[in-house]
Write a protein that binds this ligand. Structure first.
Ligand code: NAD
Length: 317
């Protein structure tokens, strides 16, 4: 079998191994592939492994040997699922490999607002502590999470992991979700979206990008938030109206935003959030801890092996 990897770099920038996949066929690994090179590079592929390159109807029509598309991600919106199905091409994803890493990132951003470790450290490095008349000083209000309200929008795998961490910090945890959830959710309080927005000190987004969630954090909803509240987004950038968030930050309507995702990635240089007040942005790295990438690589290989054995797993079409 010809196995072609089109954009393997972010999964394995050099600290993991493709060896297990290479045992399953003739592997060609590309670190990145521009849209115009997809068809040329994939033309002999029976098995195609991708992360963020787009395989639409037109690409599928030009790849007659293709039998399988393996995604190195949970989301599969980059593939035209219907076109794949029409050709009996199996498409698989990797669910849940990064749940705890993403939950941890939601708190990395939350704790950043509480203690500003990096900024205080830079201030010490620049000599400010050495010149201080006191034994200590702080450049931002310091915040204890105990007793504050954490509002989680989207109470699936990641949302529920975030809830447990919030509870360990002594936070009151509320959530909003459109589905009725079993077990875990029973120990946390379900509220409506308006109540969550009005009462939370930290609001964190964990729902998928769908037509219903696109732009859900808009000007009206931001205006319901406390002026002392922080918004955290490790989900998808398109959930937020970015111009409205930049305005809310710059006018002090909310206290800060910690974002791991933006509507366009990489962002355009004029994205208003890049220069907004109290806006901290990480470059979509919540999923990318080494532990999560090891799990991801393992499942990518297991998915291909199961397909070759005629019993596909994690099939999304
Ligand atoms: P999940 O499917 O387990 O949970 C999503 C939850 O959102 C579900 O309970 C669902 O009912 C709820 N939901 C759907 N529509 C909603 C709506 N309109 N309002 C409120 N709730 C709604 O997914 P998960 O594994 O917890 O992942 C959540 C999201 O995190 C993913 O969809 C993905 O976008 C994002 N993610 C980001 C990274 C990263 O690196 N930043 C990594 C993995 C996942």
């Amino acid at each position: 079998m010809n196995i072609i990897i089109l954009d393997g770099y972010t999964l394995n920038p050099g600290d993991l191994s493709w060896a297990e996949l290479e045992k399953l066929g003739n592997c060609v690994i590309h670190e990145r592939t521009a849209a115009e090179d997809i068809v040329t590079r994939a033309k002999d592929a029976e098995i195609l492994i991708i992360n963020k390159v787009s395989i639409g109807k037109s690409e599928i029509a030009q790849l007659p040997k293709l039998k399988y598309i393996g995604l190195c991600s949970t989301g599969y919106n980059v593939v035209d699922i219907q076109a794949a199905e029409d050709r009996n091409i199996v498409v698989t994803n990797v669910p849940a490999y990064s749940t705890l890493s993403v939950a941890q990132m939601a708190f990395a951003h939350t704790l950043n607002f509480c203690q500003h470790v990096s900024e205080h450290s830079l201030s010490v490095n620049s000599g400010e502590w050495s010149q201080s008349p006191d034994f200590c000083y702080w450049k931002f209000p310091l915040i204890e999470l105990q007793g504050l309200t954490l509002g989680i929008i989207g109470f699936g795998r990641i949302g529920q992991s975030v809830a447990k961490i919030g509870r360990a910090f002594g936070m009151k945890v509320n959530y909003y979700d459109i589905t009725v959830l079993p077990d875990e959710s029973a120990t946390f309080l379900k509220v409506n979206l308006e109540t969550l927005l009005r009462t939370s000190d930290v609001i964190t987004l964990h729902c998928p990008l769908t037509p219903a969630t696109e732009g859900m954090i808009n000007r009206d909803r931001l205006s319901l938030m406390k002026s002392s509240a922080f918004l955290i987004n490790t989900s998808r950038g398109q959930l937020i109206d970015e111009a409205a968030l930049a305005e809310a930050l710059n006018t002090g309507k909310i206290a800060g935003a910690g974002l791991d995702v933006l509507s366009t990635e990489p962002p355009a240089p004029h994205n208003p959030l890049l220069s907004a007040r109290n806006c901290y942005i990480t470059p979509h790295i919540a999923w990318a801890t080494k532990a999560a990438r090891i799990r991801l690589m393992k499942t990518v290989v297991q998915n291909v092996r199961a397909f070759l054995d005629g019993k596909p797993v994690n099939q999304v079409n």
